[in-house]
Design a protein around this ligand. Structure first.
Ligand SMILES: Cc1cc2nc3c(=O)[nH]c(=O)nc-3n(C[C@H](O)[C@H](O)[C@H](O)COP(=O)(O)OP(=O)(O)OC[C@H]3O[C@@H](n4cnc5c(N)ncnc54)[C@H](O)[C@@H]3O)c2cc1C
Length: 508
């Protein structure tokens, strides 16, 4: 099933290989029989098509059983690289590091604990510290021909001292074509781990006056370029921030204040408008040694305070803040703050490399299925479409697009839920999610029309999405020089077009 709805076609077959050798066998057999294959790592590409192939008639290759950390005994602070198979999940790697090398963490995404590292990176997902693609190199790929290639210096063999440490190798770097590509099945890769810094704090910056949004974005961009904000800077609109808080706040009111679900729901809106009243609010991390963090915070405050209220969030602040506000929860203001701290706590942990299911639990709760585990979102009625434009780091240009996207959303009776993520020193991406009830055909249709109109809007501004849903491929991949060249590459790696036909490539 897919939460895009209507997209999923019954697969011809589902293979669940548990080793490289089995993948090789599957591809070689498919190559002979011309059976098309659609590989995925954990298949939780929620909002992008989950495990749905782009065109019908594919057999699925579910790689989740290939979940070994191949160099587990060699990972250390001096060797911060994990060689992982596609089925390794965020939770698995986080647990492994906690147990075996707690000085290391990694670039965690806000998707659930059971999502993969590699599948996410291969679709060019974005984690708390930046694009996952930048953390991955040394890929091992079974190509559509049934041949095997290793990129970078992994081609020298696993025993070479360069195999797992040098990200580029010698000669043309071909790693890039396997990200958002359909040239083969990636069976393992090197994944960069991150040494923990002595001090890690979050900085929340709430925009005071919405008419300064463009200047606010530009200043945040400068802070990122100057290396003062060390994570991705997330800038959420009010709808997004309030929606993120809803589940945790309501749960706090039910479990800690003894409210009935109805009363908790009614009070949650009031509490959220007390703690998150701002049209736009931003969150980023500052990491370093104590002196570096202190100096960075001083400069951030100096530069951003004219636009935003700045708050530095530390674990201690959350502990003390919660203890005090929770004790005073009979006062509405304190209760609202205690509920908010309760709600943001797991999100704050993302910065520490601890993955969480709360974002998906939030959706399950909205659609009345809190009984389901996060990985079963597709079994609920929650429909989800992501529309994700890549954006220049130019406040004025970005505000123009946002204004128009708001009009498009409203014309389809949708609220614009939007986060702007400053992910590189020169560009950012927006994440917009459209939610709908999949059991209501009218809602499904309306959400898809809205997504189509948003794509048209983005393009009117000369922009494109940075990541595409399976159902968008036909609009994204066009018959022009760029995509024709990509198709020619397919003839080298997979001449019979058996791997994920139509995925970020011309279908035939
Ligand atoms: C509430 C919520 C929050 C989210 N937050 C984030 C976030 O913070 N960041 C983010 O990036 N995404 C986010 N997502 C989107 C999505 O859930 C994640 O990107 C998730 O990690 C993708 O699923 P997966 O890891 O199972 O990848 P998969 O579904 O396994 O892989 C994605 C695609 O990559 C290709 N692929 C995967 N593995 C291979 C392979 N071994 N060989 C060849 N091709 C392969 C396939 O085409 C596959 O469809 C979020 C979704 C929701 C609902």
């Amino acid at each position: 099933m897919s939460n895009l709805t209507g997209l999923f076609q019954t697969p011809i077959n589902t293979y669940s290989p548990s080793s490289f050798g089995e993948v090789l066998e599957i591809v070689r057999t498919a190559h002979i029989s011309k059976q098309t294959l659609y590989p995925f790592s954990t298949g939780l590409n929620l909002g992008y098509g989950s495990r749905s192939p782009v065109i019908s008639g594919c057999s699925l290759v579910d790689l989740s059983k290939m979940n070994r950390i191949l160099n587990a005994d060699k990972i250390s602070l001096n060797n911060p690289i994990a060689v992982i198979e596609p089925g390794v999940t965020q939770a698995q790697l986080a647990d492994f590091l906690t147990k075996n090398c707690p000085q290391l963490t990694f670039n965690v995404t806000g998707a659930g604990r059971d999502t993969s590292i590699l599948g996410n990176a291969l679709d060019r997902g974005v984690g708390y510290f930046g694009p996952r693609k930048d953390d991955v190199f040394g890929l091992e790929i079974v190509m559509g021909t049934g041949e095997v290639i290793q990129t970078g210096f992994r081609r020298l063999g696993e025993q070479s001292p360069l195999a797992h440490c040098h990200p580029y190798g010698l000669g043309p770097i071909i790693d890039g074509i396997f990200f958002q590509g359909n040239f083969g099945i990636v069976t393992s890769a090197c994944f960069r781990l991150i040494p923990r810094r002595p001090k890690e704090v979050a900085v929340s910056m709430a925009l005071r006056d919405v008419s300064h949004l463009a200047d606010f974005i530009d200043e945040l961009a400068r802070l990122k370029r100057d290396g003062l904000l060390t994570s991705v800077t997330h800038i959420g609109n009010k709808a997004r921030t309030q929606s993120t808080l809803a589940y945790g706040v309501t749960r706090y009111l039910e479990t800690e204040c003894g409210y009935t679900p109805e009363k908790a729901l009614a009070e949650a809106d009031r509490a959220i408008s007390i703690v998150a009243p701002d049209e736009w609010a931003s969150l980023a991390a500052v990491t370093g040694n104590a002196g570096q963090v202190r100096a960075a915070i001083r400069e951030i405050k100096q530069r951003i305070s004219r636009y935003a209220r700045v708050m530095v969030i530390t674990e201690t602040l959350l502990d003390v803040g919660y203890a005090v506000t929770h004790a005073l929860r009979f006062i509405p203001f304190a209760r609202a703050n205690a509920a908010a701290i309760h709600s943001i706590r797991p999100l704050h942990a993302l910065a520490l490399g601890i993955p969480t299911d709360v974002a998906i639990d939030n959706l399950l709760w909205k659609y009345g299925r809190s009984d389901l585990p996060a990985k079963a979102l597709d079994e609920s009625n929650c429909g989800l479409l992501f529309v994700n434009p890549a954006l220049p780091l130019d406040g004025k240009a970005v505000v123009k697009v946002i204004d128009e996207l708001e009009i498009v959303a409203a014309s389809h009776q949708h609220k614009l839920y939007m986060t702007l993520n400053i992910e590189t020193p020169t560009s950012m991406v927006a994440v917009i999610n459209l939610l709908f009830d999949r059991s209501q055909p009218e809602e499904v249709e309306r959400a898809h029309r809205c997504a189509d109109d948003m794509l048209a809007c983005i393009r009117r501004h000369g922009l494109e999405p940075y990541r595409a849903r399976a159902d968008m491929m036909k609009d994204i991949v066009q018959d022009n020089e760029y995509w024709r060249t990509i198709r020619k590459l397919k003839d080298v790696f997979d001449p019979d077009n058996i791997i994920a036909p139509g995925r970020y490539n011309l279908a035939d």
